[in-house]
Design a protein around this ligand. Structure first.
Ligand code: DC
Length: 219
């Protein structure tokens, strides 16, 4: 498909497959607004843990979710989720506590429901702000949030490559366990969306992956 005037680009894949770095690079090359939906789930997990809610406590979770007002703060090309007017620090979103429970919270339908309309509403925001399009990354973007996206990519890489990437970032993260949980949940599991272009990011540098994706979009 040739690039349209305003493109929606979905990037899905497991943990540490290079989604964020690739999406950020694409946003720079193609003047897109970038949205990291993993950060959305991390933000809600952080807020729910702060409210004392644990996975499995459905009524406490719903009660806490009802107190969270979602908003957007745009910083350059990146649109970030705010909760009650605050964007949490990246170190809070990527703490061992959040890493350990984000997949459990992300499997809860009420948590996903809280984000569904919000995430879809970011396309008109990107248009209004006159970006050339939107690149949204996550696990269910091409399958559930924007199944009609102009371009859909699915990134993957072998486990050793992914663990090395996280270790270099200084993070404690159980990549394989999170992927298993994300792929096996009932609501909006991690899947390769039908018709998505698959890219193994393992053998390539970040620059090479960005070039491949940008070349594909520009036809
Ligand atoms: O991309 P990430 O590793 O920061 O994502 C954190 C978690 O959020 C991931 O384990 C699963 C969940 N997630 C999701 O369920 N759906 C998305 N669209 C994005 C992330």
């Amino acid at each position: 498909m040739p690039a349209a005037e305003f493109n929606i680009i979905a990037i899905d894949g497991g943990a540490a497959t290079g989604k964020s770095s690739t999406s950020r690079g694409m946003a720079e090359c193609l003047q897109l607004m970038h949205v990291d939906t993993g950060a959305h789930y991390r933000t809600l997990t952080h807020a729910l843990l702060h409210a004392g809610a644990q996975p499995g406590q459905d009524s406490e979770i719903q009660e806490a979710l009802d107190t969270l007002e979602l908003g957007t703060q745009i910083d350059g090309r990146s649109a970030q989720l705010s909760v009650n007017g605050q964007v949490p620090a990246d170190s809070d979103l990527r703490s061992p506590e959040v890493n350990a429970s984000v997949s459990q919270f992300a499997a809860i339908p009420a948590v996903r429901q809280k984000l569904f309309d919000y995430q879809r509403s970011l396309a008109p925001v990107a248009r209004e702000k006159e970006y050339a399009g939107l690149v949204m990354e996550g696990r269910d973007i091409g399958s559930v949030i924007f199944p009609d996206a102009d371009f859909r990519f699915f990134l993957h890489a072998d486990e050793a490559t992914r663990s090395t990437r996280r270790a270099k970032e200084g993070q404690t993260d159980s990549i394989a366990a999170r992927d298993k949980m994300d792929s096996s949940r009932k609501t909006a599991p991690l899947v390769c969306p039908e018709g998505a272009t698959q890219i193994d990011t393992g053998p390539f540098t970040l620059k090479e992956v960005i070039s491949q994706v940008v070349a594909y979009i520009q036809g």
